[in-house]
Write a protein that binds this ligand. Structure first.
Ligand code: DAH
Length: 364
């Protein structure tokens, strides 16, 4: 490493030779540095006011020079300083250039690498069926209503004409919220067992004409198996107006089933019982898989039972303050999982809730 020599000879020639040696050393060192930190050290070593190489030149060459030589030595030392400063500032430029190169190299992006593939999500099959159902009824002028999943006994049962302790309640094994013994029975909370309470909430809210569908989640205390799940979805429908007849019910549901399963599908209506409708029916469609000849999905019967329906019971109108002498209506309800299982040939309802990607990916 270069160090400033003490001089014996202060002649111009000797100073020039020493200066040339110094500049050669400076130039050589300048060429080796790279990066901001190395440059800092380099500049300090040569230029620092305190004990930098050029300061030492001042001390050892200029101050030490005998009186008569001082003028000549001073001029040469100044010229030397100017050249040294130039070399240092050139090195500064190079160092900052190389620091930038370094950064660019570190930040370089290989644009030819393959991208990160983010798989697109799709609607869950149950929601897809629900969307299809909704669109069929929306096209017929129905709007969408909803209500709470934690419901009171009053809305889930009483106002739907299930009197307290009536055996019809036994058909829907109910999950009650614990610790409500203090409350009046009608106020006790439960997980709604069907979407029918939204009928009541809707009729309390608006006056006829009413045309709503209520899609939603419902719960029953059923042990899970291939066709039962403690949580599932229903689509409820309600139409109330002056002069609504059973013919309207048949026409509406026949049209809806044909929209969903194709115009060749036939509907059949058989008497049934629900507390909130009178008369009540079970609606079946001719099997869309075999056209009614008999196959596995329809259990060789040619028919598949899909929904419950009926004319709204006058007692229900009584609970919401509608006058059954002036208006009438029909209602229907269907299980969405059941429909989905049929549409996609799924044989276990549990598949919809496991979250197993191998199952779900089939719908992507
Ligand atoms: N709520 C009934 C159930 O869960 C289904 C149902 C039947 C709904 C007839 C209706 C109806 O609106 O009219 O079993």
């Amino acid at each position: 490493m270069y160090s400033v020599p003490k001089l014996e000879d202060f002649s111009p020639a000797a100073i020039d030779a020493a200066a040339a040696e110094l500049l050669a050393a400076l130039r050589a060192e300048a060429e080796t540095i790279s990066g901001a930190k190395a440059f800092e050290e380099f500049r300090n070593r040569w230029m620092a006011r305190k004990n930098g190489v050029l300061t030492q030149v001042n001390e050892l060459w200029l101050k030490a020079a005998p009186g008569p030589a001082k003028r000549e030595v001073g001029q040469r030392v100044n010229a030397l300083k100017t050249q040294a400063e130039e070399l240092v500032s050139l090195a500064a430029e190079r160092a900052s250039g190389s620091a930038q190169d370094e950064r660019l190299r570190a930040e370089a992006v290989d644009v030819t690498l393959p991208g990160i593939e983010r798989p697109l999500g799709v609607r869950h099959p149950v929601l897809r069926t629900l969307d299809e159902l909704i669109s069929v009824f929306v096209k017929m002028g129905y709007s969408i209503a909803d209500g709470p999943e934690v419901e009171s006994d009053y809305y889930n049962f009483e106002a739907l004409n299930f009197p307290p302790n009536h055996p019809a309640r036994d058909t829907q094994d109910t999950l009650f919220i614990a610790g409500q013994e203090e409350r009046a029975q009608r106020d006790r909370l439960l997980l709604r067992t069907h979407t029918s309470p939204v009928q009541i909430r809707t009729m309390e809210r608006i006056t006829p004409p009413v045309r709503v569908i209520c899609p939603g989640k419902v719960h029953r205390n059923d042990a899970p198996d291939a066709t039962h799940s403690p949580v599932f979805h229903q689509l409820e429908g309600l139409c109330v107006d002056t002069g609504i007849t059973f013919g309207d019910l048949k026409g509406t549901l026949d049209h809806a089933m044909k929209s969903l399963f194709g115009s060749a599908v036939k509907t059949s209506f058989r008497p049934s019982f629900f507390p909130f409708t009178e008369p009540s029916v079970e609606v079946s469609i001719s099997c869309p898989f075999c056209g009614g000849r008999g196959c596995r999905p329809c259990k060789q019967s040619g028919w598949i039972e899909l929904l419950g329906a009926g004319m709204v019971d006058p007692n229900v109108f009584g609970f919401v303050g509608y006058d059954p002498a002036k208006i009438s209506g029909f209602a229907f309800g269907m299980g969405v999982e059941r429909l989905t299982m049929m549409s996609y040939n799924v044989d276990d309802i549990q598949q919809f809730f496991y979250g197993d990607m191998r199952f779900l990916e089939q719908f992507a």
